[in-house]
Design a binder for this molecule. Structure first.
Ligand code: SF4
Length: 313
């Protein structure tokens, strides 16, 4: 899809007497523009949404899925292709789930929706021994139900609200605990082979979704109703990423770009690159490897001379 997914119009200039309010408005507008641009870019780069698609937007009641629906609705109004959106929430019958919140919000927004009621909570509680993690079975059950619902609704795409930071956290979790270089794809065929799953927030930073949720005052439903804690390792990796971003702004963006610029010949997977059969080509190449050169890194900032003396000594 080559057509441009456009950005919102700039707000009219505010009166000088309202400078503080105008600043907030400008910042919010910049945020909205960035969200629309990043979602539009991901949709275009991976051809996520095509003419005539019916996109089932999975809505959990968390900030990410609210943000995804909100931005997709904005883009739909000015997209170069026609597509439908239908919001779907799976009510898993967790104790205390406020079942009126999402229908009320979706009616107010005016988007078609479907609430699927399935008591997976009781199944998980019955099957998983006390003290064991419930998320594996719970997600498997949820996945199966959502695929069935997608079939019943005639959805051609299933949109999930994972964002840039989820993708990067998954990348490290897979590296640390599964010994695999593998993240979360922006678009994939589901494991039952019957559906195309998309992640329109793939380029969006989590902190932008937090700010957008505050600005839009989404009626967030807490995600700990099932009593299960977020995976501890995911929390640790999330903290690591946030710490890096604080100390080295732009690092997460670079890491995401690196996932789009992979050099299999410089990794070690013999199934992706024929290391065993490698022979001299006899042809010089500007892109070829300069095996004895150090890797290209940004310059190290100059150090104060006293420190240099100490470190040299
Ligand atoms: S946190 Fe609760 S609802 Fe979420 S996947 Fe785990 S068990 Fe299921």
């Amino acid at each position: 899809m080559n057509a441009v997914w456009t950005e919102p119009e700039a707000p009219a200039a505010a009166a000088p007497s309202h400078q503080a309010a105008a600043k907030i408005e400008r910042e919010t507008h910049k945020l909205e523009k960035r969200l629309c641009r990043e979602v539009g870019r991901a949709i275009t780069d991976y051809n996520m949404i095509e003419e005539g698609d019916k996109v089932m937007v999975c809505l959990s009641g968390g900030k990410d899925s609210y943000g995804m629906l909100d931005i997709l609705l904005k883009l739909k109004a000015r997209a170069p292709v026609n597509f439908e959106l239908i919001a779907v929430n799976l009510d898993q019958k967790q104790p205390g789930f406020p079942e009126d919140v999402l229908p009320a919000y979706l009616k107010q927004v005016g988007v078609p929706f479907h609430i699927e009621e399935q008591d997976t909570y009781s199944i998980v509680k019955r099957v998983v021994p006390e003290g064991k993690t419930t998320c594996g079975l719970c997600s498997r059950l949820r996945r199966g139900i959502l695929y069935r619902v997608a079939d019943e609704l005639g959805a051609t795409k299933i949109a999930l609200g994972h964002h840039r930071d989820d993708i990067l956290a998954t990348f490290f979790l897979n590296m640390f605990f599964a010994a695999k270089l593998k993240a979360m794809p922006p678009k994939l065929v589901s494991d039952d082979g019957r559906h195309v799953v998309i992640r329109p927030l793939a380029y969006v930073a989590e902190k932008d979704l937090v700010r957008w949720a505050q600005h839009r005052e989404f009626p967030i439903i807490p995600c700990n109703l099932c009593g299960s804690q977020e995976n501890l390792q995911r929390q640790v990796v999330g903290d690591m990423l946030r710490d890096w971003e604080r100390k080295h702004p732009g690092r997460l963006e670079n890491m995401l770009h690196s996932l789009q610029s992979v050099a299999p010949s410089h990794l070690m997977d013999g199934t992706l690159h024929d290391f065993k059969g490698l022979k001299p080509t006899g042809v010089a190449s500007d892109d070829g490897d300069r095996a004895f050169d150090p890797p290209e890194l940004p310059p190290v900032p100059a150090m104060p001379s006293a420190v240099q003396v100490v470190s040299l000594g």
